[in-house]
Design a protein around this ligand. Sequence first.
Ligand code: SF4
Length: 79
Amino acid sequence: MGGSVPAGLAVEVTDHTARMRGTDHSPPRCAALTGRVGDRTACGIYEWRPSPCREFEEGSDACTRARQRHGLPPVAGAD
Ligand code: SF4
């Protein structure tokens, strides 16, 4: 929990954890995501994004797996 996500975009899961609204939908889509996946996207609350988003590394294995789920290749230049 970053503690500064705008009200209404986070959903409390337990007393100590929360998730971004929309991330439990099928298919998942964070309510703060703007644009179209595979074309052009951005985080609508970039300055206030929660800690998991700040820790997520572009080009990491998790990044590659997430991109694969959308039919996208790994980030160019990533191993
Ligand atoms: S970086 Fe922004 S759009 Fe992406 S999951 Fe986090 S809050 Fe949502």
